[in-house]
Design a protein around this ligand. Sequence first.
Ligand code: KIV
Ligand code: ZN
Length: 525
Amino acid sequence: MDKVYIFDTTLRDGEQSPGATLNTEEKVEIARQLARLGVDIIEAGFPASSPGDLDAVQRVARQVEGPTICALARCIMSDIDAAWEGVKDAPRRRIHTFISTSDIHLEYQLRMTREQVIQRARECVAHARSYVEDVEFSPMDASRSDPEFLYQVLAVAIEEGATTLNIPDTVGYIMPAEFGALIRGIRQNVPGIEKAIISVHCHNDLGLATANSLAGVLEGARQVECTINGLGERAGNASLEEIVMALYTRRQYYGLTTDIKTTELYPTSRMVSNYTGLGVQANKAIVGANAFAHESGIHQDGILKYRQTYEIMDARTVGLAQSTMVLGKHSGRHAFSDRLEQMGYHLESDQLNRAFARFKELADKKKTVTERDIEAIISDEVFQPVEVYSLEHVQVSCGDHAIATATVSLRAPGGNIITDAAHGTGPVDAVYKAINRIVGEANELIEFSVKAVTEGIDAVGEVTIRIEAEADGDDRFPLNPQTGHRTRVFSGHGASTDIVVASAKAYMSALNKLLAVKSPSRVTA
Ligand code: KIV
Ligand code: ZN
């Protein structure tokens, strides 16, 4: 069967999701997981946008084996030089350069004529080609561009040696039938098109990113640009898991294949959600909590009689384990680590030790430890930033006739244990205030959510929070017109059978990111 290349842009377009900031270590971890997942190309970042992005791309290029590592560049010589600096150490590397082709972008944003755009595309593809053999070119806002002009620009890119031509629906405007026709038109009208792979890059503003991408595939596109959990600018990009599972589930219809190891989809989704702090909506296709849950009596009856009556995919295919885990407090380290491997988690030995210790602690409190509990432990122990301050101890006293009071002990960077106490409107508020008295880093809690991982009174609680801190002078963060300040957002998550402890852990996770990240300006594509 013909292969569709999966180009993952979670670390570049995905990171442009509002609030989804990832630090370099998290990017490298995600890239390693994407390699396990089997993606063909990882777009690791946009090196010209900031020294931090360049560093992250370089680290991915040096440390992640398997996929081609790609860096984004505007059609600007210095951007292409920076992209080369980013990817040059990767065994397989690509430069992806783009320029807008729609009249609206030319007139209002670039202030360039069509001739100037053609000339710039020519020079920049040639420049990228002087560094690497694998060059991708994107006419930004292609779906709103004059097709005749688009054909001309694409032909020039091919003449200069572009090997992949990516057609973005930058603003998520086009309809599936129109997008299919656009790809068909490109195949029929662009001289030399048979020398290049056609790629699609669809945004989800009207909820059509997956449908549009697949319409492009039906017309001959053989690369799809997508992100884990559909992250991306505004409403996001096409979701990788949806694209892959549509091609897999309907393989008879498409007659196409990918190299994705589908059982890694769910663990990858969890990792990205944990690191970005962006939860996955419960009804999200493939990886949402309800994607394989049957509520209606009629459906449940059908499922019990014959699964396929209401299920088109087997949950195990996407890496979702189905049964309650039969691990309890007598289970050993070996059984635990075997189970983790089956669930798609591949931990280093010290991570495994920490997760196992937490599992034992939990097994003492809970009769049955489910796979969802295990996932919560892993998120809490493994998917965490490097600690500047660490939580040693938390204690609260509260009630309907009491003033909530918290005492917190943190281990400070030098190793000292610092203890302080505070009152608050409730236990979590008191804990956060006590932590603030010790750490002294101004920020505002802007989001707090708590959910039970499983049913039952002894369930593990998972807390996800977002905090906002001032980032004046750093123009990659939005200016709040009301306050006149720029702000940046950090997410954190924590898990425990005690939700006050989970809340304290979530706050420490976000605060540690805030304390660690101090990087200069960058722009995004
Ligand atoms: O959406 C878009 O047009 C992009 C380009 C940089 C490919 O992300
Ligand atoms: Zn995009």
